[in-house]
Design a protein around this ligand. Sequence first.
Ligand code: GDP
Ligand code: IMO
Ligand code: MG
Length: 448
Amino acid sequence: MNKIDILLGLQWGDEGKGKVVDALTPNYDIVARFQGGPNAGHTIEFGGKKFVLHNIPSGVLTPGCVNLIGNGVIIDPHILRGEIEGLAKAGFDLRQTLLIANRAHLILPTHRALDAANEKALGKMKVGTTLKGIGPTYTDKTARKGLRIGDIASADFRERYESLKQHHLRQMTAVDFDLSGLQLDGMSFEAYEKLWFEGVEYLKQFQFVDSEYYINEALDNGKKVLAEGAQGSMLDVDFGSYPFVTSSNVIAAGVCSGLGVAPSRIGKVYGIFKAYCTRVGTGPFPTELFDATGETLRQNGHEFGATTGRPRRCGWLDLPALKYAVMLSGVTDLMMMKSDVMDEFETIKVATAYRYNGVETKQLPFAACTETMEPVYVSLDGWRQKIGNEKTENGTPKGSPTEWEVKRRTENNIPEKLEDYIKFIENYVGVPIKFVSYGPDRTQNILR
Ligand code: GDP
Ligand code: IMO
Ligand code: MG
């Protein structure tokens, strides 16, 4: 009986999940998303080409891999259509390899409008959401009002849509919000709604499945399955810095409800983190840097959102938060991303505790959003050398893949001080770092 492996972000999202899922996909038959929706932006680069995926799993660029959008995911048909068509233009036909769970909920245009209305009503306390309708859609799911992918085939779909839309309009009136000035992806509400319905029709050519049966049968039949997380543990609706979080369970537990697999069927849990930290949107970020170092991280790491283009807030690695995320998901293997961003740093700081209410603690306090947590830092020497190899003009690493396979499997191109940095983290967190990424290309990795 095969088990399902999981890949999760351990920080505030954008750790590089897309890159790693793509790099791991040759080892899997099926890649499945289990939560989140088009709030995600997962970047994959190879051969000088760049792809950003929102609703679609990151296994789609590997021929032969089946990609499943699970029941825990929420879908905007217009956005999903755009993604599928974009990939088709680039030569990736998903008609045979993309499966969609009947139970996945639909993001209605009015869910997006409500997201904007809620943010406006919050004023300065706004979450800084991606405005993709995530919170309102998951709210309707738990309030038992939502519409699901499987519903689009039913004769009364349009009526049910209208009834939910009217409910949303009443909610908007209550916060003094109307659709007249609203722009959704640069369009009026009416124009978006029209495209949304065209998206619904378009999706009918894809295969809808009862994903819980599909996944369990695939595992029974010896297939290898990788669950791809979206967002990051510190944005989890239960354990993140509530209310500055997303609206789903992004931790390993989310795989059980988001795909219908039992806890006993979970295999490896790959936890991925950046060698520093970033966050988009509002909310506590104890190690945030407001100085030139923060700006260097942003520029070197191109820290601008893949979904919204917003500049990401940047800061030092936060080890108590990382250890917390590892605990919540039972991470078995760590993967450290974007180490190259700090290649030239003389000194690198990492937070090992917080000072909070006059005491030092290694735990995240309940009141993290209202109280100031001052990080306690340890300074480590930078490695001050380029990791890995030179790149060609189009950004791909020099040398044939075969040379690469050999080279990236050796530890001897990890500079000594970087190895010290890695060991410091491993000692603190108690889980081995098995994979070090030093560039956006799918090949720029060192396996330890
Ligand atoms: P995701 O949401 O977790 O998939 O991450 P994003 O795609 O939103 O953001 C990660 C960004 O970092 C993307 O632009 C990647 O191409 C890039 N990236 C991934 N790994 C590395 C790395 O090791 N070094 C550098 N410099 N960039 C990386
Ligand atoms: P990936 O999968 C980074 C953040 C938003 C906001 C909060 C709530 O690319 O790592 P939402 O639209 O979900 O209601 O916004 O969560 N957020 C992300 N930040 N990466 C993401 O996804 C995110 N998805 C949501 O910025 O602070
Ligand atoms: Mg992202």
